[in-house]
Design a protein around this ligand. Structure first.
Ligand code: ATR
Length: 278
């Protein structure tokens, strides 16, 4: 039997998910396929009808359908429900169940290269308060950490974000200006907005003038692979963590939900980087 997997979203023609899942299928020695199911918003219900008909085993969901998909599935994992977003659907005996693996994927991607980083002494600064930040924040709240603060352009949005989250006693809201001044307090800085993404590659959300030497600067933007923020981090002696690692690990968790197989993905980070370079 061939395992049938895929991705819905728009646009997705440049997606790296087929490459990633084909690597996983090879490693797991499973016969399967991972196809792109394109669909503009007005075509979404037809695309999903087709996926029901072919009895797809599982699929990923990306922009712009991470919220919309919730109206089409049979059951929601409580985490995905609280987050209000789904990126992975599993066909469980004919019932579609929705999960979100983005936040936990991020945490895994950090844990593998920096195993000592997430502990009770660690202070983290999240830059941004959108959907991506919410998933990462929720996943970080499951770790034993000293502090997870949030800096955002709109302070109101960041406060609203915190009011909706669990564990917010460990968190403060900062402006980008304040964050820049207090940067030496953080061991991990996570950039979660789209600022710095191609084509405006030289945009940077904050200056890293006050970053600690041994801090890790993480940017979830993966095109370009090394962002302007990464470059400044390196020039100031900090370590960097790339966005494509998160992409890989959210996929690894999705694959685990579909197959029960926990792929050792760390060696694929570099291979994925080569794919991105084309
Ligand atoms: P996503 O789901 O990708 O996180 P989103 O929910 O629209 O997208 O959130 C976008 C985030 O990027 C927000 O934190 C937003 O800041 P505001 O809440 O202040 O709008 C941030 N963002 C986007 N473009 C930005 C820019 N040019 N400068 C600063 N922040 C920006």
């Amino acid at each position: 039997m061939v395992l049938r997997l895929g991705l819905i979203g728009h646009p997705i023609s440049h997606s790296l998910s087929p490459w990633i899942h084909n690597e996983f299928l090879k490693i797991a020695n499973i016969q399967g396929e991972y196809k792109l199911y394109h669909g503009k918003p007005e075509e979404l219900s037809d695309v999903l009808k087709h996926l029901r008909e072919i009895e797809i085993d599982g699929f990923n969901v990306t922009v712009p359908y991470k919220q919309t998909i919730m109206d089409y599935i049979d059951e929601l994992d409580p985490e995905a429900e609280q987050l209000g977003a789904v990126n992975t659907v599993v066909n469980e005996n004919g019932k579609w169940k929705g999960y979100s693996t983005d936040g936990e994927g991020y945490v895994r991607s950090i844990q593998r290269p920096f195993p000592q980083l997430l502990n009770r002494d660690t202070s983290i600064l999240l830059l941004g308060a959108g959907g991506a930040a919410r998933g990462i924040y929720r996943a970080l709240m499951k770790e034993q950490l000293k502090q997870v603060d949030i800096a955002n352009r709109s302070i109101e949005k960041a406060k609203l974000f915190l009011n909706m989250q669990l564990g917010n006693s460990k968190s403060a809201v900062l402006s980008y200006n304040e964050a820049e001044k207090q940067l030496m307090n953080y061991d991990l800085i996570i950039q979660t907005t789209s600022v710095g993404m191609k084509p405006a590659v030289d945009e940077q959300i904050i200056s890293l003038e006050n970053v600690k030497k041994d801090a890790v600067v993480s940017d979830i933007v993966y095109q370009p692979i090394t962002t302007a923020l990464h470059q400044e981090a390196l020039s100031r002696g900090a370590k960097i963590h790339h966005g494509h690692a998160m992409l890989l690990y959210q996929a690894q968790l999705a694959f685990e939900k579909w197959t029960g197989i926990d792929i050792d993905a760390e060696h694929l980070v570099e291979k994925l980087e080569n794919q991105l370079r084309g």
